[in-house]
Design a protein around this ligand. Structure first.
Ligand SMILES: NC(=O)c1ccc[n+]([C@@H]2O[C@H](COP(=O)([O-])OP(=O)(O)OC[C@H]3O[C@@H](n4cnc5c(N)ncnc54)[C@H](OP(=O)(O)O)[C@@H]3O)[C@@H](O)[C@H]2O)c1
Length: 291
């Protein structure tokens, strides 16, 4: 797999990473299967794994996905140091709901918990999960800068932000990555200029829900344009869509999730899929209904 750059001094990572969310939220597989999936991703060469403290069932289960990834890396025979783990703080899961909480004190406590769950002295990439409407954005970002200065985190990332917020945050601390949703159903990251800004600034753009997310990804096999290209190339519809997301900019890195070894390997396979400019244009022009 070809490497793509993260910004602000961070190392390059594989253009297809792995997102751990579905191994820890509702519908998660048994732990033994989850570990097999993570090992399959690492064995296939993935060097970026995305997680979050809130990838879990509820507030009593915080850190589930981080602990799982730590166990998977510990039990893996490959080069553990070659895998960059990106986690996040800034959300909470009271009674299983997803709520913002990016108050500085909460981010500080969350970061300490993540250090423990991951079993590390310093987190590679720590991302603000989302701006909290109740907290001035730069107060949350300022706390990430302090955590970096204290040596608790190495590189700072943002998630669910606008281009303007990226610029504001850059005035406070170097930003290595931005993680926003990008797939054929949701293209705001392109229209709103975030992907372009990342490319200009040398910031890695981590495309989340790159095949549409847990519900919409199931529509891909029935999509006439995607299915047609997949059939011609002899690859899965998911691989075609991941290749389309990667084709949007050299700044883009995809982080598909998977609960099966087969799906994890299929995601990595997308890195070998070459779409023609006509394929990309056909997907650009196609309708992707979210209904
Ligand atoms: N920053 C944020 O706010 C945010 C929000 C959402 C997600 N994320 C990150 O992005 C990652 C991915 O997002 P996502 O899970 O929403 O979306 P996604 O990767 O687009 O979709 C994941 C689903 O695709 C299915 N899939 C993958 N390959 C397949 C194949 N070849 N055939 C059939 N199905 C296939 C998987 O099914 P199985 O599970 O059955 O294998 C999985 O449930 C998450 O893990 C997380 O790290 C971040």
């Amino acid at each position: 797999m070809k490497p793509r750059a993260l910004g602000a001094g961070a190392p390059a990572v594989t253009e297809v990473g792995y997102g751990g969310m579905h191994l820890s939220i509702e519908g998660r597989p048994p732990e033994a299967q989850a570990l097999r999936v993570l090992h399959a991703a690492f064995d296939a060469g993935v060097t970026l794994v995305d997680t979050a403290d809130v990838y879990c069932l509820d507030q009593h289960d915080i850190g589930h996905n981080e602990r799982l990834i730590a166990r998977a890396l510990e039990g893996w025979s490959g080069d553990r140091g070659g895998v960059l783990v990106a986690t996040k703080g800034g959300l909470a899961r009271p009674a299983g709901r997803w709520e913002n909480d990016a108050r500085p004190a909460q981010l500080r406590a969350a970061c300490e918990r993540s250090l423990g769950a991951l079993g590390v002295d310093r987190i590679d990439l720590y991302q603000l999960h989302a701006p909290d409407p109740r907290v001035p954005f730069l107060e949350s970002v300022g706390e990430l800068a302090r955590l970096r200065d204290a040596g608790k985190i190495r590189w700072v990332g943002l998630s669910n932000v606008s281009a303007e917020q990226v610029r504001e945050a850059q005035a406070v601390v170097p930003i290595a990555s931005v993680q926003n949703r990008l797939n054929p159903f949701f293209r705001e990251a392109l229209a709103g200029g975030v992907v372009r800004l990342c490319a200009e600034q040398g910031i890695g753009f981590l495309a989340y829900s790159p095949t549409g997310g847990g519900r919409l990804n199931r529509k891909l096999p029935g999509h006439p344009v995607v299915a047609g290209i997949a059939q011609r190339l002899g690859v899965s519809p998911h691989a075609v869509v991941l290749a389309w997301v990667l084709a949007q900019s050299p700044a883009v890195i995809v982080i598909p999730s998977a609960r099966t070894v087969e799906h994890a390997r299929d995601g990595v396979g997308a890195a070998s899929v070459t779409l023609t400019p006509e394929d990309v244009a056909a997907i650009d022009a196609a309708e992707f209904s979210r209904a």
